[in-house]
Write a protein of this length. Structure first.
Length: 335
């Protein structure tokens, strides 16, 4: 039987930003709340909604936004001018920020998917953009279509996971473009580097249909891809190990040594249940050791799905669906 555990309220976007539209938010590797905000007056002026209606929306007018970094009472704002994509991902990058647009606009996507198209006829959108602490662009690159999460680590490496509709285009030796379907998980050492894909190291042993759970720690990265949910452990260079995992339906992950906490949120009747399935790895096997039902502060049961699901070592941060301004923290205590 699962015991109950109350989550801690970790961070709240300050009330002074209540009138702004929130495009993206996360918790960075130092535990700070980071948000991408847009003044709704721009929406009224342009006549276009900031919440994109579908996977590939028409081109949008350039707009200004503000990245807000909250470290307790200390708040740092970074003005970002002339953005031209629907950025739904954000994280810290050095003293600045990095943004990711999860989907590629339809014209570029449709053209690039034709693998016989000459490479010179295609300009792939740079849907990941990096900025310094005052908002100056410092790098940009194409990261493919179907981004699920974008996370940076303390070394400045950029980790991107993908969902099942994802594709990544690349230049073939014969002068045309080729396509990778379901790339799963990739890493860029910097915005100017070529990507490293996890599937190159895992081969047929792992099917990267969708990277359900991702934990980007200080030294190691752990991922649980759908459909088999193996635990894939990665360092800054390559895959270190692949461990079969009996814990399925894991949508988030906290890691402390050989102890793991897998987040499983599901429906139970009319209720939505957030549950932690604890497990331990020993002798190359993972064994489930217990379960905890997660409640919000004060013992309130969640009414929406757990979103965000940012895993960084022993911490897993999440917010209740529809309210990304309040982030809650689960900490794995065992090592």
């Amino acid at each position: 039987m699962a015991c109950n555990r109350n989550l801690a309220l970790h961070a709240t976007l300050p009330e002074r930003y209540a009138r702004f539209d929130l495009l993206a938010s996360t918790i960075d590797h130092r535990g700070r709340l980071l948000a991408l905000l847009v003044d709704p007056a721009q929406e009224a002026a342009s006549g276009l909604p900031w919440k994109r209606p579908g996977p590939w929306s028409p081109p949008i007018p350039r707009f200004d936004a503000t990245a807000v970094l909250c470290d307790g009472a200390d708040i740092h704002e970074i003005p970002l001018h002339g953005l031209d994509q629907w950025f739904s991902q954000i994280d810290i990058f050095g003293e600045g920020v990095i943004l990711g647009a999860a989907r590629i606009p339809r014209p570029e996507y449709g053209q690039a998917y034709e693998q016989s198209t000459p490479a010179n006829d295609i300009t792939l959108p740079r849907n990941v953009r990096a900025f310094d602490s005052v908002g100056n662009p410092v790098g940009a690159f194409y990261a493919g279509d179907g981004i699920e999460q974008l996370l940076t680590d303390p070394g400045g490496r950029i980790w991107i996971s993908y969902f099942d509709e994802a594709t990544y285009q690349f230049h073939s030796p014969d002068g045309t473009w080729s396509c990778i379907d379901m790339p799963g998980l990739a890493r860029w050492d910097n915005p100017c580097s070529d990507p490293w894909f996890a599937f190159n190291d895992t081969g047929s042993e792992v099917f990267w249909c969708d990277c359900y759970a991702l934990n980007v720690g200080r030294l190691l990265v752990h991922a649980c891809p759908y459909v088999g949910f193996p635990l894939v452990e990665i360092d800054a260079r390559a895959v270190r190990s692949i461990t079969p995992n009996p814990v399925t339906r894991c949508h988030g992950l906290a890691v402390s040594g050989s102890t793991f906490a897998f987040l499983d949120h599901h429906r139970h009747g009319e209720a939505i249940v957030w549950q932690i399935r604890q497990a331990r790895r020993q002798d190359g096997e993972i064994t489930e050791t217990g379960r905890q039902t997660l409640l919000l502060p004060g013992g309130r049961e969640p009414t929406g799905w757990a979103r965000g699901r940012v895993g960084r070592d022993a911490n897993l941060w999440m917010y209740e669906e529809g309210n990304p301004r309040h982030w809650y923290r689960y900490q794995l205590e065992c090592g």
